[in-house]
Design a protein around this ligand. Structure first.
Ligand SMILES: Nc1ncnc2c1ncn2[C@@H]1O[C@H](COP(=O)(O)OP(=O)(O)OP(=O)(O)O)[C@@H](O)[C@H]1O
Ligand SMILES: [Mg+2]
Ligand SMILES: [Zn+2]
Length: 535
């Protein structure tokens, strides 16, 4: 089967009436010899392999490091129990490498002419924002995400948009039968898009089929873990197979100029399952994230050779597919719990876009010897630093308290500018004092307790004003850049000032009810502009 000519498969359209459910059964390789397997070199010349006996090796399923005997811990990545036995782990035997003569190739200049627009807009603004302005010709993108997060939905939508715009777009599903993919397309209202569809898993068949006719502008491979290639003996899904399949597809992308999107599964600890090696091979790695209970989905670039990695795309999962959210602040603040101590609104910047998000803190007396510090959506070491500064410079004793910090809406903040908002939320919770609900906070806190300026003050203030906030607590030294955003400014030079201001509003614990009553006026006075836009 492997030595025969490559099979070709038909590429039916989403609209075709016949439901084709069958697909290739992925063969599990049990043989120990690989005689006459073809290893395709870049120049297309087939090289005969005369590997007499494939050598066994143990490959780390996390990072791809190979060992010649089993061991409990992978020395390369430090993971335990990730080594598993694979056959033919080295895809090109040494004997071949030494025999092959080097082919001569032409060297090019940097200023060569490219035939087409170098970037292809996906028709989805939020997706383009993350890729850095569209798909780059000949590039390979890896999209990772938890099971069921909506990877297939996102890419079905993207391919359909491109196909409707008149480009050749191909969707290869290795996980679902054609009928299932069609069902999804129907639900999303995209069944009429001229997407070319196939349920295939053999990389050789895919490359051979797609080499015919016009070069596809976009090829989606859903998912890379289901693909297998003849050139290696390992079973599908193993690191060796995934790596070899990815390599073959990347080679095809570079040669043909098609953009390829590989879907990758993510393990429970957030790694793109198995092939971290693939992350190094591809041009960009996007991660699709979201809280299970919430409808927000955030697409973020982990790596991007052609664009920034600090942009995020925000979507909302609906029955009709993913809706793009062009103003994320409204979404993140839509379910604010007004009038609760321990919450502060952070005016942040994600890439080029200001994003307002609520930080929620809970500081509670602990019964444990070592108090808990738990943080979701922010850097735990930043939290430790802010806590240390509060203790050392502001007289806030937290060693007897558990501390929890959460960024609402499933957003992950990377900016140090969130220090001030986090400190405000923490102190607010500790002294049981509600912060003014119409205030936003931003500023970096230094180890000496000084509040330092951060970039893009004006943009942050403008976004806050747009969403109806009335005042901003910001670094003293940033006042000059504030411009006229129409907000009352409350500049803070040191963290001590902030703590004193919040503590002055505080009421002792146990007196909570009366403190709530006292804030009723303020609660009603807050702008009710957080309602979500429809459509
Ligand atoms: N009828 C529906 N109405 C609303 N949402 C739906 C509906 N059907 C599916 N979904 C949403 O789509 C999600 C599945 O999307 P999708 O199949 O694109 O995920 P995936 O990331 O490709 O998953 P997998 O890793 O299993 O391939 C579900 O978790 C659900 O949130
Ligand atoms: Mg899927
Ligand atoms: Zn490893």
């Amino acid at each position: 089967m492997r030595s025969g000519p490559e099979a070709k498969f038909a590429v039916p359209r989403l609209t075709a009436a016949v439901l084709h459910i069958g697909r290739d059964v992925v063969p599990a390789f049990a043989g120990t010899t690989l005689a006459g397997a073809c290893l395709r070199a870049n120049d297309g010349v087939a090289v005969e392999s005369h590997m007499a006996k494939s050598s066994l090796s143990f490959v780390c399923q996390n990072c791809g490091a190979a060992y010649n005997r089993w061991q409990g811990k992978c020395e390369a990545c430090g993971e335990w129990n990730t080594l598993s036995e694979e056959e033919g782990a080295t895809s090109v035997p040494v004997s071949i490498r030494s025999k092959r003569k080097g082919r001569q190739f032409a060297l090019e200049s940097l200023s060569g002419k490219s035939q087409d627009a170098p970037r292809l807009s996906s028709g989805m603004t939020e997706l383009d924002r993350v890729t850095g302005g569209g798909f780059v010709r000949g590039s390979v993108l890896l999209v990772g995400g938890d099971p069921g997060i909506g990877k297939s939905t996102l890419l079905t939508q993207a391919t359909s948009m491109l196909a409707r715009a008149g480009h050749r777009a191909v969707y290869i599903s290795g996980e679902e039968a054609i009928a299932q993919v069609r069902l999804r397309a129907e639900r999303l209202g995209l069944a009429d898009a001229p997407v070319q569809l196939a349920a295939e898993t053999s990389v050789e068949d895919i490359v051979s089929t797609l080499s015919e006719g016009a070069v596809p502008r976009l090829i989606v491979i859903d998912s890379i873990q289901t693909m297998w290639t003849d050139t290696v003996e390992s079973a599908p899904g193993t690191v060796t197979q995934v790596r070899a399949s990815a390599q073959a597809l990347i080679r095809f992308a570079k040669k043909s100029g098609a953009a390829i999107i590989l879907v990758g599964h993510v393990t429970k600890d957030g790694q793109i399952a198995g092939p971290r090696v693939v992350e190094h091979m591809v041009d960009a790695v996007l991660s699709f994230e979201g809280e299970g209970s919430q409808q927000f989905r955030i697409l973020r670039a982990v790596k991007n050779r052609f664009g920034p990695t600090d942009e995020i795309g925000v979507f909302e999962m609906t029955g009709l597919g993913l809706r793009e959210v062009s103003n994320p602040s409204e979404l993140f603040l839509s379910e604010r719990d007004l009038g609760t101590p321990g919450t502060a609104v952070f005016a942040g910047i994600e890439g080029t876009r200001p994003v307002l998000v609520e930080l929620q803190a809970l500081v509670a007396p602990t019964s444990l010897g070592t108090p808990r510090r738990a943080v979701v959506g922010w850097d735990p070491s930043r939290l430790s630093m802010v806590l240390a500064v509060l203790e050392a410079h502001c007289g806030v004793k937290l060693s007897g308290h558990d501390v929890y910090l959460n960024v609402a809406g499933g957003l992950r903040i990377q900016e140090p500018a969130a220090d001030l908002a986090a400190a405000a939320a923490l102190v607010s919770s500790l002294v049981n004092a509600q912060l003014p609900t119409d205030a936003v906070y931003f500023g970096e806190v230094s180890l000496s307790g000084v509040v330092r300026p951060v970039a893009q003050t004006a943009a942050r203030l403008k976004e806050a004003a747009k969403l109806g906030f009335g005042r901003a607590v910001l670094p003293e030294s940033a006042r000059g850049e504030a411009g006229d955003a129409g907000l009352a400014l409350n500049p803070i030079g040191g963290l001590t000032t902030l703590v004193a201001e919040i503590a002055a509003r505080g009421t002792p614990r146990g007196n909570r009810e009366s403190s709530r009553d006292a804030t009723v006026v303020e609660k009603n006075a807050t702008p009710a502009r957080f309602r979500r836009e429809n459509g």
